[in-house]
Design a binder for this molecule. Structure first.
Ligand code: CTP
Length: 466
């Protein structure tokens, strides 16, 4: 089905003008070569969903060229990308020859901002075995669209003449946009690419759509048939699949709607793609919510990767022996993998020793051995007593400093040397334990108390005067 309606004016009106100029340049280059050029995928979806007024911010654009190049080795998409790069030398060109696709990338460009334009050659992908990397053949736009994930992502606008501006909707995408349905194009979609399960959830939650019932059955069937094992490095996996799962997880866990998405993934049984034993039970849900509180309180500046901490809490809920492997498969950074592998040890030390800390200084000595993410993971996994002490350590105790520093010791006449750090440690402990610091004392009073404390514990006899 195609709409004769010319969409070009509305595409033009909704795009920032430098982006529209880029598209114009692209379709002129294609036309001079006798090729067809299409805008496809998310951009078409988002343009159709947008209000009548206002611009649509697109940072990611997919173009498909339908045309044959004289050389069998270079797809039309690659040649078009090269031609565009001549016009836009600031763009970085990436060519993925095997798939006949190219990408042009702009980073903080004064006109185009940050933009990623993928240019593919119309093609059919066929999967020699489920979940493997696609092999590519040149083919028509319909076939190109047919290999895509959902009907709402399988729409195209023809940019070149004849019939420029025509909307191509072979699979009922417009109807699904109107009735707000996420629908796959064929029954094997999730078997071919299990990461589409995560994409279905992402689009459903982000757009406020429903996963169409038959599509949901396909998801459940794919999961019941053990497709998730493909993602976990069994049965001759395609490693690219783990990369894609990780990027979908990241997308979901860093989005504002991550809680709803996590619940929907759990409801579909799709957390099994992370590990077959992973379930979002009441306890894990509680931990995930506690984490949200911790991150709000201790990392408002977002120095940690919050999406990754969410993923770490999920992985930390698995039995110890699985954690390292799952973190490895998902290609988490090495410090994160190490943290998950050593979590039991850290947890044991903290839980064992916390009750023995009769003074705050001892507790601080115990907890300061661990980094913030480890303490957060231990806090969310443990009962109130442990949690409260970690919480107070992070909010109050770790910020307390000794009232004097090395310069002060020097001014008091102590000879500089390694003993300074011991003296300052003892002073800090005394401050933490309230021996030095009197509540509501003025800075002068605190200083005087600290000096008196030093004089008592490191008396004149043991200090070497200049
Ligand atoms: N696609 C697919 N299967 C996947 C990933 C992507 O079929 N596993 C197709 C979809 O048609 C999608 C297009 O590739 O529209 C581009 O992918 P991507 O940029 O990830 O998705 P967008 O739809 O552009 O989504 P977003 O707006 O979130 O970037």
């Amino acid at each position: 089905l195609s709409f004769a309606l010319c969409l070009l004016p509305s595409v033009r009106d909704r795009l920032a003008s430098p982006l529209w100029q880029l598209l114009q340049k692209a379709f002129q280059e294609a036309e001079t070569r006798g090729w067809h050029l299409y805008l496809v995928g998310g951009a078409v979806r988002d343009l159709l969903l947008a209000d009548n007024e206002g611009q649509v911010l697109l940072e990611d654009i997919d173009l498909v060229v339908d045309g044959f190049h004289r050389s069998a080795d270079v797809g039309a998409g690659v040649e078009l990308a090269k031609a565009l790069q001549q016009v836009y030398p600031a763009a970085r060109l990436e060519v993925h020859g095997q798939f006949q696709t190219a990408a042009l990338l702009w980073h903080n460009d004064p006109d185009l901002g940050s933009l990623w334009v993928d240019i593919a050659t119309a093609r059919t992908e066929f999967y020699p075995y489920p979940a493997a990397n696609p092999e590519v053949e040149a083919s028509s736009i319909r076939q190109d669209l047919y290999r895509r994930d959902f009907t709402i992502n399988a729409l195209a606008v023809r940019l070149t003449e004849p019939r420029a501006g025509e909307l191509l909707d072979f699979f009922g995408g417009v109807l699904d946009l109107q009735s707000q349905q996420i629908r796959v194009l064929h029954a094997n979609s999730f078997i071919e690419d299990p990461t589409r399960i995560y994409r279905a959830v992402r689009f459903a939650v982000r757009l406020g759509f429903e996963i169409e019932p038959q599509t949901e059955r396909y998801i459940r069937h794919a999961i019941a048939s053990g497709i998730y094992e493909q993602v976990q490095g069994k049965n001759g996996r395609a490693p690219a699949l783990e990369t894609r799962l990780k990027s979908e997880l990241k997308y979901i866990l860093q989005a504002p709607y991550w809680k709803a998405a996590l619940n929907l993934l759990a409801d579909l049984g799709a957390l099994r793609c992370i590990h077959p034993t992973l379930e979002l039970d009441k306890n894990l849900w509680w931990q995930v919510r506690l984490l949200a509180r911790c991150l709000r309180r201790f990392d408002a500046q977002k120095s940690l990767e919050h999406w990754q901490m969410r993923l770490e809490v999920l992985i930390a809920y698995l039995a110890t022996e699985y954690r390292g492997k799952v973190a490895n498969n998902l290609q988490l950074p090495t410090d994160s993998i190490a943290r998950l592998q050593n979590l039991d040890k850290a947890q044991f030390e903290v839980v064992e020793n916390l009750p023995k800390c009769e003074q705050i200084s001892k507790l601080v000595q115990l907890l300061r051995r661990y980094d913030l993410p480890t303490l957060i993971l231990v806090a969310v996994k443990n009962p109130r007593f442990v949690r409260r002490n970690i919480w107070r350590y992070l909010t109050e105790w770790r910020n307390i400093k000794a009232p004097l520093n090395g310069n002060d010791l020097k001014a008091l006449g102590y000879k500089p040397g390694p003993q300074y750090s011991k003296m300052l440690d003892v002073l800090l402990a005394a401050t933490l334990d309230g021996v030095v610091c009197v509540n509501e004392a003025s800075p002068q009073e605190i200083r005087a108390a600290a000096e008196a404390f030093l004089a008592e514990h490191f008396p004149l006899a043991s200090k070497t005067k200049y």
